[in-house]
Design a protein. Sequence first.
Length: 135
Amino acid sequence: MRLTEKVHHILTNHLKEGDRAIDATAGNGYDTLFLAEQVGPSGKVIAIDIQDCAIRSTREKLESAGLIDRVRLVTDDHAIALRKLIEDDHENVAAITFNLGYLPGSDKSIQTRAESTEEALAASIQLLTLADTFA
């Protein structure tokens, strides 16, 4: 079983209808689509990617599946986007996924720095902790 399949299996048992989840590295949209399916019609997913082409690909995948209404797409560095969520948005977050690597066929000069991912992981811990605080 691939690592992404293991993560999806775990999240299938964790996420429920109405939850909110974040895909911090949208890429081609596979994890975003999975999360949108898991949170159901009353749930919400925020999908973040630093590359416009990743957000376009994710949008196309979600539109094809009829799930675009469950997802907010954000083109930004994931550390910046997650920090903004901490400051501006105090809704519960049930899960945050990261699937790091190069986007096939993308511009390799546009990439997330390791320092940014470290900041994004720290922000994720805060968002998940906020969820426990407001639950």
